[in-house]
Design a protein. Structure first.
Length: 172
C-alpha cells in the first residue's frame, strides 16, 4: 500500500492536475486536444471548459507555468522511485535530468530554437519545484530513519498547493 501511495501522490496526482489544467484552461492547439478529439470528447470538453473557467478562474501563472512544474515534479518523483529512493551521485545525476531539460528548453524558447514562449515565471516554478523535491527527499530519508508516518510526496504537494493559494491571492 505504501508503494501505491508513493506512486499515486508523487507521480500520478501531479500529472492528473496538469492534464486537468491543460484540458480546462488552455486553448485547443495543444497535442492533448488532438487525443481528446480522437476519442470524440472534444465537444464535451469545450462545454466543461467554459463552465469550469467560470466556476474556478485561475491566474495566468497557474494556467501557463504550474503544469510544467507539475510535470517536472512527477518526472523527478518517478526517477526517485525507480532508484528506490537511494540518493547517491549516480541517482542524483538522473533525477536532476528533467530539471536541467526544463531549464534548457526554456532557454531554447528564448533563443527561438523551439516553439513556445520564454517565461521567467516558468524558470521560477521549475526552481521551486526542484527545491521542494529535494527538501521532500531529505524529509523522506529522515522519515525512513525515524519511521514517521508522514509521506514526503504529501508534504511536497501540500506545500505546492499552499504556494498556489498564496500566489493566487498575491498575484491575482
Amino acid at each position: 500500500m505504501k508503494k501505491f501511495n508513493e506512486i499515486a501522490l508523487g507521480i500520478i496526482a501531479p500529472l492528473f492536475i496538469a492534464v486537468l489544467i491543460y484540458l480546462f484552461y488552455r486553448n485547443s492547439n495543444l497535442v492533448i486536444f488532438k487525443c481528446v478529439d480522437l476519442l470524440n470528447l472534444l465537444p464535451q470538453i469545450k462545454i466543461l471548459q467554459t463552465e469550469i473557467q467560470n466556476l474556478l478562474p485561475l491566474p495566468s501563472w497557474a494556467i501557463y507555468s504550474l503544469p510544467g512544474a507539475l510535470w517536472l515534479l512527477s518526472s523527478m518523483n518517478l526517477l526517485l522511485w525507480l532508484w528506490e529512493f537511494n540518493i547517491n551521485f549516480k541517482s542524483i545525476t538522473w533525477i536532476i535530468t528533467p530539471f536541467i531539460f526544463a531549464i534548457l528548453l526554456e532557454f531554447l524558447q528564448y533563443l527561438h530554437f523551439t516553439d513556445g514562449r520564454f517565461d521567467w515565471i516558468d524558470l521560477l516554478f521549475y526552481s521551486i519545484t526542484a527545491l521542494l523535491f529535494f527538501v521532500g527527499s531529505i524529509v523522506k530519508r529522515k522519515e525512513e530513519s525515524s519511521e514517521r508516518s508522514m509521506h514526503w510526496q504529501a508534504l511536497t504537494l501540500c506545500t505546492m498547493m499552499i504556494l498556489i493559494v498564496y500566489g493566487a491571492d498575491k498575484m491575482g
